[in-house]
Design a protein around this ligand. Structure first.
Ligand code: MF3
Ligand code: CO
Length: 258
């Protein structure tokens, strides 16, 4: 069953999602060569708590951190560590969730540390574009397969591949609710979207093949062929005419909300 949220519930999800978006935005300037992924995680946890929210990933199925930091061939679920230091040219994806008043928000971004290769830049751009195209399919009456297909089509058109082992998901009172949202699918298939459904849509693309291997830490998902990967995610609410992007980036000036 795909739950329909009331507007009041959606506003609580917006609060949680805006905490996530605000922290991800503040992290942008901190993702640079020489910074360890554990430092980013500490900043994220402190910021989430200062904003009156609770980290959603910390302790989720035993996950040990606030942030997932996935670098280069790492696709998702990279565990922050003091020994992992960002280097010039790294492609860095940050994924975070927060809970506010019992409701979840979840979002991810991929960014460059310093100058990255042209191929890395293109992967990052196409992944962002795939998310935009997926969001443009969301509205009451559309089918979930339309959304999934938009991601797959965008990736394939650019000679990239989509990860099949991980999906987007419904979100609300729990981090993961129904439905599961694959990044591939047939237009016109799957559940019909209704106003008030809340979804976390998260394309994961690879430059090479999309086969996944999980590292020995039990979490970090990497591309089996070592090719670069990128990931981005928004939490949205379905509306009659489109979607309400609950995790849309706020505007910041000198690290403060405008
Ligand atoms: N955005 C990811 C997801 O929805 C992150 C979950 S990481 C975990 O699955 F640590 F919470 F598992
Ligand atoms: Co998610």
């Amino acid at each position: 069953m795909i739950e329909i949220k009331t507007q009041a519930e959606i506003e609580r999800m917006r609060k949680a999602s805006q905490v996530v978006a605000g922290v991800l935005l503040r992290l942008r300037s901190r993702v640079k060569p020489g910074v360890s992924t554990a430092e980013l995680d500490r900043f994220a946890e402190k910021s989430v708590r200062e904003m009156g929210a609770v980290p959603a990933f910390l302790g989720y199925r035993g996950y040990p951190a606030t942030l997932c930091v996935s670098i280069n061939e790492e696709i998702v679920h990279g565990i922050p560590s003091s020994g992992r230091v960002i280097r010039e040219g790294d492609l860095v994806s940050l994924d975070m969730g927060a809970v506010c008043e019992g409701f979840y928000g979840d979002a991810a971004v991929t960014m460059a540390a310093g100058e990255v290769s042209g191929a890395a830049r293109k992967l990052m751009e196409v992944t962002g574009r795939a998310l935009e195209l997926a969001l443009s399919e969301v509205k009451a009456g559309a089918r979930l397969g339309d959304v999934s297909h938009a991601v797959e089509k965008c990736a394939l058109e650019h000679g990239m591949s989509v990860v099949r082992e991980f999906t987007g998901h419904g979100i609300g009172r729990r981090l993961h609710e129904e439905p599961s949202i694959p990044n591939f699918g047939k237009p016109g298939s799957g559940p019909v979207l209704k106003a008030g459904m809340t979804l976390a849509i998260e394309p994961m693309l690879c430059l090479g093949r999309a086969d996944v291997v999980i590292r020995n830490d039990g979490w970090t998902a990497v591309s089996a062929d070592g090719s670069l990967a990128a990931h981005c995610e928004h939490t949205v609410a379905v509306t009659e005419n489109g979607c309400d992007i609950l995790s849309a980036a706020p505007r910041l000036k000198n690290d403060n909300l405008v």
